[in-house]
Design a binder for this molecule. Structure first.
Ligand SMILES: NC(=O)c1ccc[n+]([C@@H]2O[C@H](COP(=O)([O-])OP(=O)(O)OC[C@H]3O[C@@H](n4cnc5c(N)ncnc54)[C@H](O)[C@@H]3O)[C@@H](O)[C@H]2O)c1
Length: 400
């Protein structure tokens, strides 16, 4: 058993990425001084679609750059896809035709599970039962009921078995903004706006439980992580505006606004959608009594993420300004990799590090359940256009 909360003192380019939520720069946290395993961690990647390919690529890079891991296996229902991936990674990874085949094979110490959300519980459980530690892509299961059940099972049988893929916790611009906020730079924060908008519909065949569990789970976790608080009330305004008609993926909305009330002193607005045709939009604004902090500003330059802080009206200079250059991979990758590539890699590095030190993970199933509880509340109170109050005005006024 490990003490909790855990701070394992990991830093990325000098920035602490402690997931305990209890220490800004590790003071007061319980740093782990466990001895690392001598051998590289044997890692498998299961599910090699849009996101799995990115994890596989990063794992191979970490193998070359740090020697901390070795990619020993890849698995996908599409065996040819797995074979192509193994070849691209250098040819030494064993190929499996499914995660069900991989689980009993005893070839790895740890696995990254990147299969469709509806299979997360079943696939993660198969690997945990086989004694592996698991990095599971978000969301935990996609529904509140299944999250609650799965969390109980994990708490009972594998309390330190699973890390959840909330890569924003490892994103340098957001970590910097959180530090600025925690330093008191903009005073008490009373509102947070967090937006995530895809430029395309969900891919054909993609299985999503809706835009809130699929997309806003990132923003909701971000808000809870930034504030260290849980909201008391939630409400969603949802619409089907454009992109839902262009895909076979069926979702409740293609645009939604989730409002979260934290008592009377803090409001969060989460905006998600799949209609931002000009490009992937990821923006967060923290509104404080003494100013505001912006993270990201859409300018069709996905690789530059500007973090800026402004003081009160009339201030001559910005309180802070720093540009974070994201990574150009030089190959065709999904748009979310433009913005979060380094964060995905840092997340994977943290997972590997925790496995090697036998330390608890900084982000777990509990964080996934917490975010899903918020989302489920928002989904219970949904307003669609039919539920809006009728506007008492002729639809086509002669002149406005
Ligand atoms: N963190 C992020 O920003 C982010 C971004 C995209 C997707 N995701 C998450 O990643 C997961 C996968 O999404 P995706 O877009 O990559 O989906 P995808 O459909 O592109 O890929 C899923 C892959 O899993 C494989 N698969 C299915 N069943 C399998 C089995 N039994 N054994 C082995 N492989 C199996 C499929 O063949 C497919 O290649 C989802 O849960 C999604 O929410 C996270």
């Amino acid at each position: 058993m490990f003490p909790a909360p855990a701070c394992f003192g990991l830093t990325i380019r000098g920035i602490p990425v402690c997931g305990s939520g209890q220490c800004a720069k590790c003071p007061g946290g319980t740093c782990y001084e466990r001895r690392c395993m001598a051998e590289p961690l044997k890692v498998a990647i299961a599910g090699l679609g849009r996101m799995g390919a990115v994890h596989a690529f990063h794992a191979a890079e970490l193998e070359r750059e740090t020697g901390a891991c070795r990619v020993v296996a890849v698995a996908d229902l599409d065996r040819e896809r797995a074979q192509r991936m193994a070849k691209e990674l250098g040819g030494s990874a064993r190929v499996f035709g499914s995660i069900e085949e991989l689980a009993p094979a005893s070839v790895c110490d740890a696995v990254v599970v990147v299969t469709p959300t509806e299979n997360h519980r079943e696939h993660a459980t198969a690997m945990l039962r086989a004694g592996k530690r698991v990095l599971l892509e978000k969301p935990l299961t996609g529904t509140l009921e299944a999250d609650e059940e799965f969390t109980q099972e994990l708490d009972r049988a594998y309390p330190h078995g699973l890390m959840l893929g909330f890569q924003r916790r490892f994103d340098e611009p957001l970590i910097y903004a959180r530090e600025l906020m925690q330093s008191g730079l903009i005073g008490r924060v009373f509102k947070i706006y967090s937006a995530l908008e895809d430029s395309n519909p969900a891919p054909n065949g993609y299985k999503s439980g809706g835009v809130l569990p699929d997309m806003s789970v990132h923003n909701v976790d971000e808000v809870l992580w930034l504030t260290g608080r849980m909201p008391e009330r939630a409400l969603t305004v949802g619409s089907r505006l454009y992109s839902h008609a262009l895909t076979t993926c069926v979702e409740d909305f293609d645009d939604a606004l989730l409002c979260l009330w934290f008592g009377n002193d803090l409001l969060a607005q989460v905006q998600v959608g799949r209609n931002h045709v000009s490009g992937y939009r990821v923006e967060t604004v923290l509104f404080g009594e003494e100013g505001q902090i912006h993270v990201g500003r859409f300018e069709q330059q996905p690789l530059d993420v500007l973090v800026e802080a402004y003081g009160r009206r009339g201030g001559q200079e910005k309180l802070a300004s720093r540009n974070f250059r994201m990574r150009a991979y030089g190959r065709e990758l999904p748009e979310f990799v433009d913005r979060f590539g380094p964060a995905y890699k840092a997340e994977l590095a943290a997972f590997i590090e925790c496995c090697r030190r036998n330390a608890p993970f900084p982000v777990t199933h509990t964080d996934g359940l917490r975010a899903q509880r918020v989302i489920a509340a928002g989904m219970r109170a949904t307003i669609t256009s039919e539920q809006g109050a009728e506007v008492n005005q002729p639809a086509r006024p002669a002149a406005c």
